[in-house]
Design a protein. Structure first.
Length: 587
């Protein structure tokens, strides 16, 4: 029974396919469905939102959290760059990015000091040191990534172990790898800021031990660190800035007299970037003691009375006092005293004896030796000046200024404008103004040259404005219109090349069929005035219809024969019964 059911189903399907193939409208239906499908796909493609990158280079943990959050927010997303970037519709990028940032997403691939929160109690000192270094590197990377031009950053710290011996101590070093956004760059000031940030975050880390490299392997940090004695971009920028300031000062000063477009100035500045220190100690000459300040006074005095003790080499001579050898001055005084004594004695002898039992002669007592020493020392303050000077770098050593002033415009005799040179008095006044404006110094060796000449009439080339077709808004509008224009072109091609021929052929097939049916009933309609081409086309169509009908009849006959053969092979008894029934019915 199942074989018969299967055979019946196959017969129905084959019959359905035959009827579909015999249906002349089948090509038109298939072509129309295909055209509609193509147009629907193109329309959906045109209406599809423009996807932009939300985040890129995400870690696996951050990517999973962000995708789960996007599913909760019902924001469609896609993946690109091998799953490293998440794309969402362009109109939702800013809003979604701010919403995720408020929740702290993405957290970044590195870990910070939160790594220290989950440490176990029995952790070793080495593991604790490694965790601290990892946490410090992660925090520095997060700080560097906050810069606008930096997309991601990685920090590597080389921190040697501390030693109690000074000769064994080594300075730490650091390396920073920056991944910049496309078409972005970091300036010299930003690189210097990154090096100082890392140096200030690590103990005993000098600035010149920090190396900064970008994703292309270009060295961004200057070799030598903060050593300003080396020529670098900062010095060149400072020199250019000084020259620009002087140039603007001169042109602004002269533009009020001759006009802004009638003066040109160029300044060349020699800047001294050397660093110097010197110490000077100066002493003033001696001054009047009455006006000087007394610092200290030392005085000493000693007095000795009586004969000195006996001393010397043991012997007879040394045991006797040394004879007194009077000096010539003392001899003269002694002689004078002896004379006075002699005169007094003579006077007493002449006057007689005074008193009873008194001797007339007078004797003189011997003189006692006496010595004294007195010394005094006075110290005065000395005027001393000690000066320690540290010279600043970036001082202007010399200025060279060149100024060109245009001729004055003046109406000529024929009414046309003529250019007239300035007078000597006006040029001298301009030169004095420039000298004062630039701060001219002969001691510094400055030079100034002011020239009066006619300017060229050629216009100064201006920077070209961007073309109208480079406008981003216009480009976006053109893309949108181009999508719909593409849909219209595809629809026109499908109609012209596919649907229209099928529709015309179907109409042509229906027209002869109606004519044949009418002719069988006895009313044949004929159209007068048809062209020969139309008659030929109608005859061709009739022949095609006849061929199709014959082909269909042949296919049906072959199908019926094949069905009978299959049935006879499968169930001969049923075929025998059918033939027996036909014979009995015929009898």
């Amino acid at each position: 029974m199942s074989a018969q059911a299967t055979q019946g189903t196959d017969q129905k399907l084959s019959g359905l396919m035959d009827r579909l193939k015999a249906n002349p409208r089948l090509p038109l239906i298939v072509a129309g469905a295909a055209a509609i499908a193509i147009l629907v796909v193109l329309f959906l493609w045109a209406r599809a939102p423009d996807y932009r990158v939300l985040f890129s280079n995400l870690s696996d943990s951050d990517g999973g959290v962000i995708i789960a959050r996007l599913d909760q927010m019902q924001v469609p997303y896609r993946f690109s760059e091998g799953g490293q970037a998440i794309l969402i519709p362009a109109e939702s990028v800013e809003q979604t990015r701010m919403a995720l940032a408020s929740e702290g997403l993405p957290k970044g691939g590195g870990v910070g000091f939160e790594l220290m929160d989950g440490q176990s109690f029995g952790i070793s000192q080495f593991a604790e040191h490694v965790n601290y270094q990892r946490a410090l590197e992660g925090e520095l990377a997060r700080s560097i990534e906050s810069i606008d031009s930096v997309q991601t950053a990685r920090v590597h710290l080389a921190m040697p172990q501390e030693s109690v011996f000074v000769r064994d101590r080594r300075q730490p070093s650091a390396s920073v790898i920056l991944t910049l956004y496309r078409n972005r760059a970091v300036s010299e000031g930003q690189v210097s800021a990154i090096t100082h940030l890392v140096s200030a975050s690590v103990s005993n880390l000098p600035v010149n031990q920090v190396t900064v490299v970008d994703q292309n392997g270009n060295l961004l940090s200057q070799p030598g660190g903060d050593d300003t004695r080396n020529l670098n971009d900062a010095q060149l920028k400072y020199t250019a800035q000084v020259e620009e300031n002087y140039r603007k000062r001169i042109e602004t000063l002269l533009s009020t007299i001759v006009g802004h477009s009638n003066v040109r100035a160029q300044v060349t500045a020699n800047i001294d970037f050397s660093i110097g220190e010197h110490t000077q100690e100066t002493y003033d000459p001696n001054q009047d003691p009455n006006q000087a300040s007394v610092r200290s006074i030392q005085s000493s005095e000693s007095v000795q009375s009586g004969s000195g003790g006996i001393g010397g080499v043991p012997g007879a001579l040394s045991n006797q006092p040394a004879p007194t050898v009077p000096s010539p001055v003392e001899n003269a005084a002694n002689n004078e005293q002896n004379q006075n004594n002699a005169q007094q004695n003579n006077a007493q002898q002449n006057n007689g004896q005074q008193g009873d039992g008194e001797e007339a002669a007078t004797t003189q007592a011997p003189a006692v030796p006496r010595s004294s020493t007195n010394s005094s020392t006075t110290n005065y303050e000395i005027n001393r000046l000690i000066r320690h000077v540290q010279e600043d770098t970036g001082q202007v050593q010399r200025l060279s200024v060149a100024v060109v002033v245009n001729y004055r415009e003046q109406a000529g005799e024929n009414g046309q404008t003529e250019l007239v040179a300035l007078s000597d008095e006006e040029m001298a006044r301009i030169q004095r103004l420039v000298r004062e404006g630039m701060g001219f110094s002969e001691a510094r060796g400055d030079s100034l040259e002011v020239v009066n000449a006619a300017f060229s009439q050629q216009a100064t080339p201006e920077s070209p404005e961007p073309a109208w077709y480079e406008n981003p808004e216009l480009i976006s509008l053109a893309k949108t219109l181009g999508r719909y224009l593409l849909i219209a072109i595809v629809a026109f091609i499908l109609w012209r090349k596919l649907l229209k021929p099928l529709v015309e052929r179907q109409q042509a097939l229906q027209a002869p069929a109606g004519t044949t049916a009418t002719g069988s009933s006895g009313t044949l309609l004929a159209t007068a005035g048809d062209d020969e081409d139309e008659e030929t086309e109608e005859s061709d169509i009739a022949e095609q219809i006849a061929k199709k009908q014959k082909r269909r009849q042949r296919i049906e006959h072959e199908t019926l024969l094949s069905t009978v053969r299959d049935q006879a092979q499968k169930d001969p008894r049923m075929v025998a019964m059918i033939l027996r029934g036909w014979i009995n019915g015929k009898d």
